[in-house]
Design a binder for this molecule. Structure first.
Ligand code: WT7
Length: 645
């Protein structure tokens, strides 16, 4: 069964696209009519990009959990909403039906209420990939609390910064998390993050590993005890209920922190209605999801991909979402392929970095696996190189599954540019065409539209979007000016993506990568300034400069140039100390892949580091480093070049 808002042909794509641009209000009203509103909106769209102020479905009242759960109950109560595959393949699978999901979310909403959480309060969630993470997220949404999920790989310091920025008073965590053959002590990290914190009132701890944890009286409480108590409150005579808070369409749904070009992560804020419409609409259309299909998105819910395409998008569409706790290479590199066979997965959505990593194990892990259930493949997070695309197409898709290359960002809520599986054509390495409602434009440094083709017949420049789509970020938490400056001020009246792109004669877009000081490491965004700040925290470091370089598996690796003035250890020990410092300040994901000690950095007379030169050296370029005439000390470049590792 398909959806009323599902695009079913190439022709329909073009007519829908045109409608969405000619009359966005009529187009998005028709889509929104397929959802459950406690009260319909007064006005579909009001906006300006100068403040910015963007309001979708103004005056509308709804609760996203009623759309993701309750409205499916009459027809789908016993259908699986979430299938959970544990880290250890020997452990029991859990299948969460829509009825069970409803009960657990109501219970957890009651737990939050019992502990004093109110609409608008910020709840920080730091958990492993267990179904309880989805219950926690949806429980918050049920009562109108604003969740802020933090990926389990972030350090105590990162959590402390985010708690402070969000002024969070509540935390939901696990004792520990399983990740391959490792156990991550999540509660212990939270304990460290809370040293000196005066705001957090309650920490709810779900038992996953039953590892020893410290539980502070009056503050730390067990998930299981709370849920058991709440069960009696929400269930009467076998009927489960917990009223869903009436939310304004523009009330914030969640905060998700992401790196930018400054040292401090930004709390991207998405609002209830627009986010729901955008994730559901894009989910159904790009994957061509049909009722009953099993959708497997391999991301972690700690990132936007997991928010939008494991939890909200699929559930808003009444889909079956497979949630995986483990990693692709444990107990062996056939783990994804086993899961596909075991659960008869129809849609696989993963990152190019995972594909390249699994490719590197050769054919052996593919032998004997059953890929016959697969209908659609997808990629997200970074540009996919053609070699990986073809490997994915031939070995996993058996040349029989469309591959969608979905380009989007934390700030966009869901996909903006992608082919639609089997409907619009794919082009390897290209995100291809914008979804309805998305109006991309390629501009030059000054913000003028590029109209002249380059030597390859392409339009090439910086990628912006001309008008709001329902899922565009509304603000950055606690600092609206930062949102304006970051996204809406570079070019007047345009949303600036921070990406470069090229456009071919058929209107297809290829994303060429970030044009700001943001790295994309294994599909995760990390700002160079953030890594530099962390490196500079090490006592022996005088100064540092961080750039990206091409990495076979990760896409980009982190290359750090460091001026060091300490006396402890040899170079390798110093490297390890610096890496550990970065892991403590940010998290293991931000550890530099290469650290080169230098005596100076190439700077202009005004003291600005010439990153362009450093980037070229890290990329292995020895000639053509560009103009160095403005450098204070050109000689330092030769030294750095000679010392390249
Ligand atoms: C940045 C956003 C989108 C969820 C995961 C990452 C890059 C994302 C693609 C793609 C080329 C891509 C961009 C973007 N990116 N998808 N299909 N092709 N590049 O979310 O952490 O917010 O990062 O990831 O550079 O700006 P994020």
């Amino acid at each position: 069964m398909s959806y009323p808002y599902q695009i079913k042909s190439l022709e329909q794509y073009h007519t829908d696209y045109k409608k969405s641009v000619d009359d966005p209000e009529a187009f998005w009203a028709a889509v929104a009519d397929n959802f459950y509103w406690k009260k319909k909106w007064d006005k579909v769209l009001e906006w300006n990009f100068t403040e910015p102020k963007i309001e979708w479905y103004k005056g509308g009242k709804l609760n996203i959990t009623e759309n993701c759960i309750d409205r499916h109950l009459p027809t789908m109560a016993e259908k699986p909403a979430i299938i959970w595959e544990p880290n250890n393949p020997e452990e029991r699978i859990r299948t969460v039906t829509y009825a069970r999901l409803h009960k657990r979310v109501c219970q957890f909403a009651q737990v939050l209420k019992n502990n004093g959480v109110k609409k608008g309060d910020r709840v920080c969630i730091y958990m492993g990939m267990v179904p309880e993470l989805a219950y926690a997220v949806l429980g918050c949404a049920r009562i109108g609390a604003i969740h802020s999920v933090i990926f389990g790989g972030f350090s105590a310091q990162s959590i402390a910064d985010r708690l402070e920025d969000a002024q969070a008073e509540f935390i939901v965590t696990c004792d520990g998390a399983y990740r391959g053959d490792k156990i991550i002590p999540l509660k212990a990290v939270i304990d460290d993050a809370l040293i000196g914190n005066k705001l957090v009132k309650k920490v709810i701890v779900y038992t996953r590993t039953r590892m020893p944890v410290s539980m502070i009286k009056g503050r730390d409480i067990w998930w299981e005890d709370e849920m058991e108590f709440a069960e009696g409150q929400v269930e009467k005579d076998g009927v489960v209920s917990f009223p869903a808070e009436e939310m304004d369409a523009e009330d914030p749904l969640f905060i998700l922190y992401t790196s930018g070009s400054t040292g401090k992560p930004k709390g991207v804020v998405h609002s209830v209605a627009g986010y729901m419409i955008w994730t559901a609409y894009t989910f159904v259309n790009m994957f061509q999801y049909n009722k009953g299909d099993v959708h497997f998105c391999t991301a972690d819910i700690g990132w936007i991909t997991g928010h939008s395409y494991i939890v909200y998008g699929p559930l808003a569409a009444g889909a079956t979402s497979l949630m995986f706790e483990g990693i692709p290479t444990w107990p062996n590199a056939g783990r994804f392929w086993d899961i596909i066979g075991k659960h008869k997965v129809n849609i696989l959505y993963t990152a190019p970095t995972a594909i390249r990593s699994l490719m590197s194990f050769g054919d052996a892990p593919l032998a004997g696996k059953d890929f016959s259930s697969l209908k659609v493949l997808g990629t997200v997070g970074e540009p996919i190189n053609e070699e990986a695309w073809h490997w994915y197409n031939e070995n996993i898709g058996n040349k029989n599954c469309p591959i969608v290359d979905t380009w989007w960002q934390t700030e966009t809520a869901g996909t903006l540019i992608s082919n639609l599986a089997g409907i619009t054509p794919a082009k390897p390495g290209w995100a291809t065409l914008p979804l309805p409602g998305v109006q991309p434009i390629i501009v030059d440094e000054k913000g003028d539209e590029i109209t002249e083709k380059d030597e390859h017949g392409m339009l090439k420049g910086n990628l912006c979007i001309k008008a709001p789509w329902p899922g565009v970020l509304r603000t950055t938490y606690g600092d609206h000016e930062r949102c304006r400056v970051n996204y809406f001020a570079t070019y007047p009246n345009l949303y600036f993506t921070g990406d470069g792109a090229i456009k071919d004669e058929n209107g297809n877009y290829k994303i060429t990568g970030r044009v700001d000081d943001v790295l994309n490491i294994s599909g995760h965004r990390i700002g160079t300034a953030e890594v530099e700040n962390a490196i500079n925290m090490h006592s022996g470091v005088v100064e540092s400069a961080v750039v990206g370089y091409p990495h076979d598996i990760k896409g980009q690796g982190i290359y750090a140039y460091v001026i060091y003035n300490g006396h402890h250890g040899d170079e390798n020990q110093r490297r390890q100390d610096i890496s550990l410092t970065v892991a403590k300040i940010i998290g293991a994901i931000a550890k530099p892949d290469k650290i080169q000690f230098v005596s100076g950095l190439p700077k202009t007379r005004s003291g600005k580091i010439m990153r362009r030169i450093l980037r070229k050296i890290a990329e292995g370029e020895t000639e053509n480093l560009g103009d160095s005439s403005t450098l204070l000390d050109p000689e330092v470049v030769n030294e750095i070049k000679d010392g390249k590792i």
